[in-house]
Write a protein of this length. Structure first.
Lengths: 814, 285
């Protein structure tokens, strides 16, 4: 038997000598999964000053992928506001952190993370979505936090265009993966959204969000604590070759030329749960013993990425001993050991002298190897003071360079062309219904359409309340809500949103609306919008129009975040009018604290997905008892509509259903949005809201229908849209327009006060109707007879329509 | 006044379980002293507790079947011996699956085949498998576990499982168990007297069984989650019925929302059985 040796590099220095030779080399390396282009190969040699070893080149292939390096977008993302007083940790680490509240002398933080798992979910939907959840919860765990919720934003195709898997197969697989992972891990699903659009036929989007809580003094950073002697302890699943090249895979276009399923990682929530228990014991021990520690999860780039980033962030170097890593029995070459993306692994940095104790905790106390074949803990590295990254394998040096060489990014300046908006492209059609009967029929059809039907068939596959701290479940309201610290009065709400129809019509407006809707959703249940995360899902950055849309999208996100601002908390004894003056003044922005960019989302012909910035907003409740849900509570109470006259149908579900351009797009006026959100939050804080719902997809009539459906007492309503009807378009459009706003159910005795608060905030507030004791809807529309509908049959159709998306042919979805 | 130390209840954590924190909170709220005993402790560490709870989750990854591997864990021998001595043992969701797989429920005479029931895949109208939703249970008298409830009281709480359909080889077995009081919790219509239809019985369980005990009644395998309905804040704001009404009336009252929820009665019944003297009674309406 001969000793294995590292694979020699399939090139020499001459291959890097000029542009032409680098192009030839790039072409030669492409079949091996190397996606570095000629200019990047040149840069590699220039920075290194010598021929890269094979393992070094493989590492850089990952580290300089879009997925890891954000090379086309990092400089653009600087346009997003990230600073506000509540921010403890902004973008840069695995997750962001903001203050949440103080209880019994202890300060608690909210830890949030958001990313995509789009390409894996397209190729192997179940595993792709499951590892998406698995990856995002690791990002929150490794800040030292308990994970208390996940959400998922799904953008699915309609099956109208050709693709590999059918839309329903992908949806069923994705939902199964999310359910099986989160349920088994014991993390509640707090919500998410689902949009069907033909633009995602060949490239679905699966965005995942995780949220956790940690005491402020227990927040763990992803870095070597400083100079000194530290061990890198790898824990979890044995390293195998799964996911090798995953980061590079997600930074390329999906095509049929090669089977890419091997690049997807394999999920294991059971092992993750076992690790969570053992990791918590390490944290406890470290706190008690006063160990300085660092902690980071293994994701893209595997051991190479985690060790180099931990060392670089701590300003030190590292010796990596690949032979020490626990791994599967198959022989793995060093570049695979370094870069494989095997799931369910973490890397601890602990003082060198306690390394054996930490390893024993996993191996002996929690018996990882007995519970899960091959799982364990092993010492894979040791800090060195000279800033050098050295990886050894079988006595051979396979990587040796400054740490900063691995972690220093690369920037690509892409051409961006902002296309003029072509709202003339589709002729405006006739929107109006001629009779009340036609209006009623349209409402019934819309309610059972894939766009607007209930998402309960999906949410019922997820566990919404494991951990026992959820108090508003997924699908129960506009946002999910949790009181994560038992005994403490504070809590949080969260919603994730993004409308690809608007994004396609106007990338900047679509992005602003994503922020606006997410913020409205947390406000609708009574929470103060507190921070944001985003995932920017776009096509290929080499396409100037894609970069134009991306640039516009970032501008839209920034404008909305500045415009909405972080609302000040309404003081217990403060008058709302006085508070309104503070709200209308200068406020810190609503900060983005974490995020992700996903590029190369396109079909085989190179057509990009609709520009899809997806935004999560986290809201804060100083006191969780001041929350509401959309369900009508009391017969005879008053319905109010917060928001301006409603004419625009552009980007609406109604316009899509009828194939019309809808004349105009709804406006995003940040000042008005801020005032409306402030009014709704203040009305909750003062106990004046019985029920609330935001007006978004489907318009005012959809909001009213859902409030009636959610009502425990099966209450109905009478409503009149006349005050919001724009003369030029007519009443029917006002019911379906997706101009933003809120519907509130309030006690009539509270009306004068609410009107005064609305005036102080400069907000339009009007009386829309009443809640009725009978399960019956009456809609008054200018120029039409009263449209009357019965709740029960509509409820049955709305509740079950999505089942068809799982069980019948995709034509039904379309 | 003489104060006695609260009886200590072991919450057994096997690998993959995930409901231990909220289960411990619910026990503490009933005046009991919960102790977490994990798989990192020797089986002998489980000796001597006043009662045991196997919480929910996915022990041993649901390998083979839910609960099948955990039922072979040596810790279950300790629990079986305690069960025979009359020590109260509660299995919730995955814990219930383990008790059934281990034969502690419905139990039987020594030497008899104790494994008489199974928790099969949920049967739903349009599909089979996992379902999460709030259900209504009927609390039946004659069990230590329902002592704090009024006879026939309607108790809402959530269920969240894929395999929760009580079934037996002999189709007469569950009705027989029910007739002799071994089904203290049954799926029910929200209002007494109404027929039990889907989704009242959410999984097709025989005899509408939600929780089944051994013959002595001290071991309960319960599929829904009382620990997720232990406080009023955990009850859905739009839930119909008296518990929903109580939740809605507590709007703006953070202390009121921290008061007992419908699931609390089960833990209270256990506490009373273990001699915890409390003036607290579940308010019945």
């Amino acid at each position: 038997m001969t000793a294995a040796a590292a694979r020699p590099a399939p090139y020499d220095l001459a291959d890097f000598r000029d542009e032409a030779s680098c192009r030839a080399l790039a072409a030669r390396l492409a079949p091996a999964g190397i996606r570095l282009d000629a200019s990047e190969l040149r840069l590699l040699v220039e920075r290194l000053g010598r021929t890269p070893r094979w393992a070094e080149l493989v590492i850089m292939n990952t580290m300089w992928s879009e997925h890891c390096s954000y090379k086309s977008t990092r400089h653009l993302l600087k346009g997003l506001p990230t600073e506000a007083p509540q921010v403890v940790l902004g973008p840069g680490e695995d997750a962001g952190a903001v203050t949440l509240g103080t209880h019994a002398g202890r300060d608690w933080l909210l830890v949030v993370a958001h990313e995509s798992h789009n390409h894996p979910s397209q190729v192997v939907p179940y595993e792709g979505a499951a590892t998406g959840v698995g990856g995002i919860v690791r990002d929150v765990y490794c800040m030292g936090a308990e994970v208390v919720g996940v959400l998922d934003a799904l953008r699915m195709g309609t099956g109208r265009r050709g693709g590999g898997l059918l839309a329903r197969e992908i949806l069923a697989g994705v939902v199964g993966g999310i359910a099986d992972y989160g349920n088994a891990l014991g993390v509640p699903n707090l919500g998410g959204d689902l949009v069907f659009d033909a633009g995602f036929d060949a490239n679905v989007l699966v965005n995942v969000v995780a949220v956790g809580v940690v005491e402020a003094d227990s927040l763990v950073r992803s870095r070597v604590p400083g100079p000194g002697d530290y061990a890198f302890v790898l824990v979890g699943k044995p390293t195998d070759s799964s996911g090798f090249g995953g980061a590079a895979f997600s930074s390329g276009v999906l095509d049929d030329s090669t089977d890419q399923r091997g690049a997807v990682q394999l999920p294991d929530p059971f092992l993750k749960r076992v690790l969570a228990v053992a990791n918590a014991a390490v944290l406890e021990r470290a706190k008690a013993a006063g160990w300085a520690i660092g902690w980071k999860d293994l994701g893209a780039g595997g051991i190479a990425c985690v060790t180099s980033e931990l060392a670089d962030a701590g300003g030190v170097g590292v010796d990596v001993f690949l032979d020490g890593a626990h791994r599967v029995a198959d022989p793995l070459p060093p570049e695979v050991l370094l870069c494989a993306e095997t799931q369910e692994r973490f890397c601890w940095v602990v003082p060198w002298e306690v390394r054996d104790e930490v390893v024993a905790l996993f191996r002996d106390r929690f018996r990882l190897g007995d519970i899960y074949p091959g799982a364990g803990a092993s010492v894979v590295g040791r800090t060195r003071s000279d800033g050098v990254y050295r990886a050894a394998w079988h006595g051979e040096t396979v990587v040796e360079c400054p740490v900063s060489f691995l972690t220093s990014g690369v920037r690509r300046d892409r051409e961006a062309i902002v296309k003029p908006l072509d709202d003339e492209a589709i002729p405006a059609g006739e929107a109006g219904q001629a009779s009340a009967a036609q209006l009623a029929a349209e409402i019934a059809a819309a309610l059972s359409s894939p766009a607007l039907c209930s998402r309960a068939p999906l949410f019922r596959r997820y566990d919404p309340e494991v951990r026992g701290v959820t108090f508003v479940r997924a699908g129960e309201a506009d946002a999910g809500a949790v009181a994560p610290v038992p005994g403490a009065p504070f809590g949080f709400a969260v919603s994730v949103d993004g409308n690809p129809r608007l994004g396609a019509l106007d990338p900047r407006l679509g992005a602003a609306f994503a922020v606006g809707e997410a913020a409205r959703n947390v406000a609708a249940i009574g929470a103060y919008p507190w921070c944001l995360t985003d995932c920017l899902n776009y096509g290929r950055p080499e396409d100037p129009s894609v970069m134009g849309a991306l640039t516009s999208g970032i501008a839209g996100l920034a404008a909305a975040a500045h415009g909405l601002g972080t609302l000040p908390e309404l003081g217990i004894d403060e008058g709302v009018e006085a508070w309104a003056a503070r709200v209308r003044g200068e406020l810190p922005p609503l900060p983005f604290v974490s995020g992700n960019v996903s590029l190369y989302n396109e079909d085989k012909a190179g057509a990009a997905i609709p520009p899809s910035p997806i935004v999560a907003c986290f809201g804060r409740f100083p006191d969780v008892s001041h929350h509401s849900t959309p369900g009508f509570k009391t017969a005879g109470s008053v319905l109010l509509l917060v928001g301006p006259p409603r004419g625009a149908l552009g980007g609406s579900v109604y316009a899509e259903r009828h194939g019309i351009a809808g004349r105009a797009l709804p406006a995003f006026a940040p000042g008005r949005e801020r005032g409306e959100i402030a009014l709704v939050v203040a009305a909750h804080a003062r106990g004046r809201v019985l029920a609330a719902h935001d007006v978004s997809e489907g318009g005012v009539v959809q909001a009213l229908a859902e409030m009636s459906f959610a009502s425990g007492g099966e209450l109905g309503f009478t409503a009149d849209i006349a005050p919001w009807t724009v003369v030029s378009v007519g009443g029917v459009e006002a019911w379906f327009s997706e101009e933003p706003g809120f519907v509130l159910e309030v006690d009539s005795a509270d009306l004068p006060e609410l009107e005064a608060w609305a005036r102080a905030l400069g907000v339009s507030l009007g009386r829309l109707g009443t809640v009725d004791a009978v399960p019956h809807w009456r809609l008054h529309t200018p120029g039409l007879d009263v449209a009357e509908l019965e709740r029960a049959p509509l409820h049955a159709a709305w509740s079950t329509a999505l089942v068809a998306a799982f069980t019948v042919s995709t034509e039904v979805i379309a | 006044m003489i104060r006695h130390a609260a009886p200590t209840v072991a919450v057994v954590r096997l690998p993959g379980m995930n409901c231990e924190d909220e289960t411990m909170r619910a026990l503490a709220a009933a005046g009991l002293s919960p102790a977490l005993v994990g798989w990192d402790a020797a089986p002998a560490a489980l000796e001597g507790f006043a009662a045991y709870v196997l919480p929910g989750g996915f022990s041993y990854q649901d390998r083979v079947r839910a609960g099948a591997v955990a039922a072979k864990d040596p810790r279950l021998d300790v629990l079986a011996a305690a069960a025979d001595r009359g020590t109260p043992i509660l299995g919730i969701c995955n814990g219930a699956q383990i008790l059934v797989e281990a034969g502690l429920v419905p139990g039987g005479a020594p030497g008899e085949d104790r494994i008489a029931l199974a928790l099969a895949t949920n049967r739903l109208p349009d599909r089979d498998g996992y379902l999460s939703r709030w259900v209504t249970l009927e609390a039946r008298t004659g069990s230590l576990w329902t002592e704090a409830y009024a006879p026939g009281e309607r108790v809402p709480m959530p269920m969240a499982h894929g395999e929760g359909r009580f079934t037996a080889r002999d189709p007469g077995r569950l009705p027989e168990l029910s007739a002799r009081g071994a089904v203290p919790f049954a799926y029910a219509a929200a209002r007494a007297g109404e027929p039990v239809v889907w989704p009242d019985n959410p999984n097709g369980s025989a005899a509408d069984a939600a929780g089944v005990t051994n013959a002595a009644g001290n071991v309960l395998a319960l599929m829904p989650h009382p620990e997720r309905a232990d406080r009023l804040l955990q009850v859905p704001l739009d839930l119909p019925g008296p518990w929903g009404d109580r939740r809605r009336r507590a709007r703006g009252d953070v202390a009121g929302l921290a008061a007992a929820g419908p699931g609390h009665g089960l833990f209270l019944g256990l506490a009373w059985h273990l001699g915890v003297s409390t003036r607290e009674r579940m308010e019945v309406r």
